[in-house]
Design a protein around this ligand. Structure first.
Ligand SMILES: *[C@@H]1O[C@H](CO)[C@@H](O)[C@H](O)[C@H]1NC(C)=O
Ligand SMILES: *[C@@H]1O[C@H](CO)[C@@H](O)[C@H](O)[C@H]1NC(C)=O
Ligand SMILES: *[C@@H]1O[C@H](CO)[C@@H](O)[C@H](O)[C@H]1NC(C)=O
Ligand SMILES: *[C@@H]1O[C@H](CO)[C@@H](O)[C@H](O)[C@H]1NC(C)=O
Length: 286
């Protein structure tokens, strides 16, 4: 299929490796090509030019990979990755209001979010830079027969975060507005019925200490069948070209929630020192 060839060339590439018992597939999809009818070229180009509009068509990409043998009968962890992203920037980290995220202090001005607290006299909920820049790409994985691979979203955020930090305001979200980048979408639209206790939101709000980071998105219980082709469908909403950032998905046999830098260290070290064996590279070897 010509389209697939172009797609793979346009992407940064797929990386299959094993390192110290860790098996992972990593796919750079920064420049993936749209499969959405009516949108030609890359989704990055599309999101760079489309406006913040609730009615806008979503650009989708398909990332195809072959499951390596270490994936079978294992519980897998699906992460997204961003780089050149300064979640540790001082003003960014401080731009959050924990009281508000705990459903309190509505109607009161709290210094937590600084200038990002109000829009035209209405409280922004959730306020601040971190919430405003909420990562909004979404993913699913399909087997080659088209069925969805089961994604488990339980316990992907820190338990203490979800149990203690976040609570929906008892009075609901009336008399508040969502952050400007949410394009007028309500909390229920963006975060679903769990609202502020949404796990993906909690994962995003726990800022990373380094300008490149993986964040857990889903678990894939029971793994994937060796040698079968799978497609990661990406709903590509999040622009990274403006800050020269890359986006990747990482599917791996280990979870490193909370100690991800160590985990990354292993992966980068393995890749850098050639301690891994490349199982396959889409653009060439077998
Ligand atoms: C996704 O997030 C980006 C960055 O905050 C924003 O510009 C864009 O409007 C959002 N798109 C959707 C569909 O939510
Ligand atoms: C589709 O493929 C998956 C994995 O290869 C398999 O588990 C599932 O039973 C298949 N579903 C159908 C409807 O054939
Ligand atoms: C919120 O606003 C809606 C629509 O105006 C209204 O029906 C609802 O009763 C309000 N809820 C609260 C808790 O004030
Ligand atoms: C997986 O995809 C590759 C490349 O398109 C193809 O050569 C291979 O036959 C496929 N494998 C299966 C099991 O369908």
């Amino acid at each position: 299929m010509l389209g697939l060839g172009l797609l793979l060339l346009a992407m940064g590439g797929i990386f299959y490796a094993t390192a110290e018992g860790i098996v992972f597939v990593s796919i750079d999809y920064t420049d993936c090509v749209s499969v959405t009818p009516g949108i030609t070229g890359t989704c990055a180009e599309y999101v760079a030019t489309s406006s913040v509009d609730t009615e806008a068509t979503v650009c989708e990409c398909n990332l195809v990979f072959t499951a390596p043998s270490g994936f079978q009968n294992e519980d897998l962890y699906f992460y997204y990755y961003l780089d050149n992203y300064y979640q540790n920037f001082r003003r960014y980290v401080a731009s959050i209001d924990y009281q508000q995220l705990h459903g309190e202090g509505l109607g009161n001005l709290d210094p937590g979010c600084g200038d990002e607290d109000m829009i035209d006299g209405v409280q922004v909920l959730p306020c601040g830079y971190i919430a405003n820049s909420y990562f909004n790409d979404t993913f699913s994985v399909q087997a080659s027969n088209g069925t969805d691979v089961v994604f488990n979203d339980e316990n992907i955020a820190w338990n203490s975060d979800v149990s203690f930090k976040y609570r929906n305001p008892a009075s609901g979200f009336n008399d508040t507005v969502t952050p400007p980048n949410w394009g007028g979408r309500t909390v229920a639209t963006v975060l679903g019925e769990s609202g502020l206790t949404n796990q993906d939101f909690a994962v995003w709000m726990r800022t990373a200490g380094l300008p490149w980071f993986h964040k857990l998105y889903r678990k894939i219980p029971g793994g994937l069948i060796t040698g079968q082709n799978y497609t990661v469908s990406v709903q590509y909403n999040y622009p990274t070209k403006v800050f020269n950032g890359h986006k990747e998905v990482l599917i791996t046999t280990i979870s490193w929630l909370g100690a991800q830098n160590h985990f990354l260290g292993i992966i980068y070290l393995a890749a850098g020192s050639g301690m891994f064996s490349i199982v396959c590279d889409r653009l060439g070897c077998i």
